[in-house]
Each structure stands twice: as C-alpha cells, then as structure tokens.
Design a protein around this ligand. Structure first.
Ligand code: NAP
Length: 278
C-alpha cells in the first residue's frame, strides 16, 4: 500500500494503522530526513518493520515519474494507493512546471501519480484508490473555473484550496467510472477537522483558520480512520465512486456530482500533464 504525504499528519497515522493491519506500506516524503524519522515512528508504533519511504514532490512532474519508477522497482502490484498529501497556501506560487501550486499539488500531481501507478493497481486487483478530499470542496459552489484553473486572475488561498478539493472529488468520480469493471475502486474521503500541521505554513487567513479552529479539531489518528476504513475494510469491497466521512457515505455538493465537469477536468488535466497512464 502506498500513502502519499505519509511522513506527517493524517498520512503518517494512515500508514501506521495499515502497517498494524499487516500491510507492507510505502510512504512518500519530500524531505529525506522527515521521511526517515516517520519510518522509525511507523515501525515503533506498528511493531512492524515493513515500511519504506520513496521520495516525492508533487510540485514536480519529474519527481512524480521518478517516484512511480521507484515504486515499480520495489513491487509488481499495489493493493491500495492513498492520495493523501496536500497543502493550502496564503500566497499564490507556482510548481516547477508552472502550475498554481495548490491545484498543481493537490489535484494535478495526484492525477499524474495515479496514472503512472494504475498498471500496478490493475495488477493488484481487487485494489483501491483512496483520495483524501475535504468538505471544503463545498465552498466552491460555482464549481471549477475552467477559464482560470490556475487562479491567475484572482487568488485567495482558501478558495484555491476549496477548488483543489472539488477537483479531488471530481477526479474520484471520473476515475471510478473509467476503472469500472477492472476490480480497482476509487473513493474520496473527508477526514474531519484535524489537528495536524495543515495550513500553518501560511501567514494570512489560512493560518488564522488553521490555528483558530484547533480546539475543535480531532487528532490525526482519528482523522486517518476513514482513509483506513476505505483502504482495508471488507464492508466496502467493490464500493466505488463514493465520498465518505466518519466511516460512512457522506453528501457531496452539487458541483461535486457534475459528471460533465468531471470529464472536462480529466481532459484538461491530460492536456496539462500528459495522458493518464503508465
Ligand atoms: N487537517 C485537516 O483539518 C484536513 C481537513 C480536510 C482535509 N484534509 C486533507 O488531508 C490531507 C493531509 O493533510 P494533513 O492534515 O495531514 O496535513 P499535514 O500534516 O500538513 O501533512 C500534509 C502532507 O502532505 C505533504 N505534502 C505537501 N506538499 C507536498 C508536495 N509538494 N509533494 C509531496 N507531498 C507534499 C506534506 O509533506 P511535508 O512534510 O514535506 O510538508 C505532508 O506529508 C490533505 O490532502 C488535506 O487537504 C485535512
């Protein structure tokens, strides 16, 4: 099983829980030191020595290709891919390939990585893709702005984040449709409001809502529960195209059920990062 952003927060707790269940877990990390520290903690807390780290920066298409190649070197099948890594930034920045970073990392990076690994998932079938989205997708009420997916005209961190999470929901919808009948399922998750490091890097509104709401937040361990459920429970065998929170199906916004937008996002993503697939 592979968990992106498994060196911190919800991803690390997901990796620990899956390792406790007996899975061989690969985590990704941008930073080798943080990755190595996480592996040590995963081994200690899961009493399993089977976790490994693979370098990945989702803001760099070359790094995504290298990560997929490294995973292919280590295994010929994947049972579970958890697209978990994510960020929210108060200032607009761009990835190495020139995409607005929130959209580039949260959506395009995972679109590209999932495509590179879909062969291993098909080989592992029955296999599962779990996409960590957020109820924040509901804030993007008007849907995605296909005329300005890169937020060049106007940027607000939380709005860009909400649209990137809507992209996660639409990606899951279309992925499930395309993988129907292959034995590979795809479901999205809202982890809850989680007391992780999320949003703390910013200096504006995003940092305020991140720090201000900490009293209401649940632990990263509890935040990982629905991802772990979708990755491992027999209760969701064959279930696909769903959105879950607190371990059960949850409502998506109207914009998150828009099949036309889901197909358009897929086609646009392929134009931006190349064809989905190995
Ligand atoms: N926390 C919440 O309340 C909440 C609510 C709803 C949804 N979520 C979603 O849950 C997921 C996990 O968030 P979290 O709360 O665990 O946050 P976190 O503690 O900040 O962890 C985020 C993870 O993503 C990684 N990451 C960030 N940018 C990356 C990049 N360019 N390439 C590769 N990895 C990158 C981080 O790596 P580094 O350690 O190198 O930064 C870290 O491992 C995110 O998708 C987030 O949108 C969180």
């Amino acid at each position: 099983m592979l968990v992106t952003g498994g060196n911190a927060g919800i991803g690390k707790e997901t990796a620990i829980a899956l390792a406790r269940l007996g899975a061989r877990v690969l985590i990704t990390s941008r930073d080798p030191r943080r990755g190595a520290e996480a592996i040590e903690e995963i081994h200690t807390r899961s009493s399993s020595a089977s976790a490994e780290v693979v370098p990945l920066d989702l803001a760099d298409l070359a790094s995504i290709d290298a990560c997929a190649a490294a995973v292919q070197d280590r295994t010929d099948r994947l049972d579970v891919l958890v697209d978990n890594a994510g960020l929210m930034l108060s200032q607009r920045t761009e990835t190495r390939d020139g995409f607005e970073t929130t959209f580039g990392v949260n959506h395009l990076g995972h679109f590209c990585l999932t495509g590179r690994l879909v062969g291993l998932l098909r080989h592992g079938a029955p296999a599962r893709v779990v996409v960590v989205a957020s109820h924040a997708h509901k804030v993007a009420r008007r849907g995605l702005d296909f005329d300005d997916l890169q937020s060049t005209r106007h940027y607000r961190g939380f709005s860009a984040y909400a649209r990137s999470k809507l992209a996660n929901v639409l990606f899951t919808l279309e992925l499930a449709r395309r993988l129907s009948g292959t034995g590979v399922t795809a479901n999205a998750v809202h982890p809850g409001y989680v007391n992780s490091r999320f949003g703390r890097d910013g200096d504006g509104y995003e940092r305020v809502i991140s720090l201000g709401g900490r009293l209401l937040a649940i632990s990263p361990e509890r935040g990982a529960a629905t991802s772990v459920y979708l990755a491992s429970s027999n209760a969701v065998d064959g279930a696909t195209g769903g959105y879950y929170a607190r371990g059960r199906p949850a409502a998506v916004s109207r914009a998150g059920r828009d099949d036309v937008a889901a197909r358009r996002l897929w086609a646009t993503s392929e134009q931006l990062v190349g064809p989905f697939g190995p």
